[in-house]
Design a protein around this ligand. Structure first.
Ligand code: ADP
Ligand code: ADP
Ligand code: MG
Length: 472
């Protein structure tokens, strides 16, 4: 077993990994920038090292981090998500230095991190993919030609994209022409690659993804699916496991498809195969994330499998402890990404000091976060400040539990997406369990929640008015 792990990340995911290490008797090493001096992961780890005054550079310094792991006596690095987690060079540098990279092999990361290469590999394996280009686009003329063939609307996508960025929907040749250069420069800036490709736009799709675990002994299993259709600008806001939109036969079929996809590329460790489900009830492979995902929590909740622990065990060359038929599931789980953003002001980031915080609790509630009362959220990083995960036996009950937990949570001093999520939870379409990735755009009125007083507020206003009128 591994003895000491360097966590090449920050925030809630660093804390999550430190917790797994603590339970497994593994020493944890945290890293932090100057801006993160007061961050929780720094206090929670067994050892912590400052990696410089730049807010981002240290977390992205491939050789600096591998060196630090070696000199502090670590035998492995966990990359978390974001930062270097899908960087093949990082995985390779670890291996060359004799440090275990907790993730798949470098060449698998490289292949699946390139969306065009991943599509090719899936086509070869017989997995249905979204119709689109076979390789990256050479010119805007080629893009126009392909779009004409597959039909508008089309999605123009950055080959190395992630986090919902570098994607544009184009309704017409005009729009494609206008967006072509824009996506290229966006991709160059954000991902260091100018490669782009085209896909047919699936109309009113649901985003359904499958959690995979694979060891170095030839075992590959899935832990069922997650429904991440509640998104804004291609970024996930609320995730659900299992999907309330799948029947049992579809669920079994999709799980099998994801295992086939993982096996086809020699996948090891934890990963996620993302699909779109069209109105025609067909699944289309979209991409594979070769790392732990933000929403792994809801899969842990319904299956009881600790995904971070399994990642560490697999990296230590141990076989998976479960066979496919031993993976059960129980009820429903929902994760809310609590972002420090103001939903009523175009989701503008709202950083600053947290004047008061208390976590929601009670049955079926889990909170993964790195905030605390008095913590000053630095403006350099992701706006997600907490994840609230709720679970219950039925879809109806998990919605009620979600409402209760979000109202239970106290988070003051910054604006958050909590009030918006309460509106979504109260919406009949969400409650019916049939929604697609267009939900947020379809109901802009949910964002104007303050103009629509809650019943109890309304009741107290009316009571006050009556009291004033009658002179009581
Ligand atoms: P998930 O796939 O786990 O749901 P997200 O897409 O929300 O995760 O991304 C999680 C974090 O990782 C975000 O901070 C996002 O910006 C970052 N990220 C994801 N993919 C990339 C990428 N290709 N390049 C840079 N950052 C990325
Ligand atoms: P990222 O790497 O940023 O996660 P993805 O390729 O996974 O990018 O796409 C992110 C989201 O964009 C999807 O969840 C979906 O909502 C939307 N999307 C991507 N491709 C398509 C498509 N071909 N048709 C419709 N929606 C799409
Ligand atoms: Mg994705």
């Amino acid at each position: 077993m591994l003895r000491k792990i360097l966590i090449a990340n920050r925030g809630e995911i660093a804390v999550r990994i430190i917790r797994a290490c603590a339970e497994m008797g593994i020493r944890s090493v945290a890293i932090y920038s100057e801006a993160d001096r007061f961050a929780l992961h720094v206090k929670k780890a067994d050892e912590s090292y400052c990696i410089g005054s730049e807010p981002l550079a240290g977390y992205l310094n491939v050789y600096g981090l591998v060196n630090l792991a070696a000199t502090t006596g670590c035998d492995a690095i966990h990359p978390g998500y974001g930062f270097l987690s899908e960087n093949a060079q990082f995985a390779r540098a670890c291996k060359e230095r004799g440090i275990v990279f907790i993730g798949p092999e470098a060449d698998v990361i490289h292949r699946m991190g390139d969306k065009t290469e991943a599509r090719k590999a899936m086509i070869a394996a017989g997995i249905p993919v979204t119709p689109g280009t076979e390789s990256n686009l050479e010119s805007v003329e080629e893009a126009l030609g392909v779009a004409e063939k597959i039909g508008y609307p089309v999605m123009l996508k950055a080959t190395s994209g992630g986090g919902g960025r570098g994607i544009r929907r184009c309704e017409s040749a005009d729009e494609l022409q206008r967006n072509y250069q824009r996506v290229i420069s966006e991709a160059t800036k954000a991902f260091g690659s100018a490669d782009v490709f085209l896909e047919k736009c699936i109309i009113n799709p649901r985003h359904i993804e499958v959690q995979i675990l694979a060891d170095h002994h030839g075992n590959t299993i899935h832990l069922f699916e997650r429904d991440c259709s509640i998104q804004r600008r291609n970024q996930k806001l609320i995730e659900i496991a299992p999907s309330p939109q799948l029947g049992e036969a579809q669920r079994q079929y999709l799980g099998g498809l994801a295992v086939l996809a993982a096996k086809a590329v020699g996948y090891t460790n934890a990963g996620t195969v993302e699909f779109l489900l069209g109105e025609n009830d067909r699944f289309y492979f979209m991409e594979m994330n070769t790392r732990v995902q933000v929403e792994h929590t809801i899969t842990e909740t319904i299956t009881g499998v600790d995904i971070i622990e399994e990642q560490i065990r697999v990296a230590a060359n141990l076989p998976l402890r479960f066979k496919q038929e031993e993976i059960g599931r129980r009820g429903y789980a929902i994760q809310f990404r609590i972002n420090a953003e103001d939903p009523q002001n175009s989701f503008l980031p709202s950083f600053g000091k947290i004047s008061r915080y208390y976590a929601p609790g009670g049955p079926g509630v889990r909170t993964d976060t790195a905030i605390y009362t008095g913590y000053d959220i630095p403006p350099f990083y992701d706006s997600m400040v907490a994840k609230v995960i709720v679970s219950a036996q039925t879809w109806g009950d998990v919605i009620k539990r979600g409402e209760r937990a979000l109202r239970d949570m106290g988070l003051f001093g910054i604006k958050t997406t909590i009030p918006y999520y309460l509106e979504i939870l109260g919406h009949p379409e969400f409650c019916s369990g049939t929604f697609n990735t267009g939900f947020v755009e379809k109901y802009p009125e949910l964002i104007n929640y303050s103009n629509k007083p809650r019943p109890e507020v309304l009741a107290s206003v009316i009571a006050a008015a009556i009291a004033a009128h009658t002179g009581l």
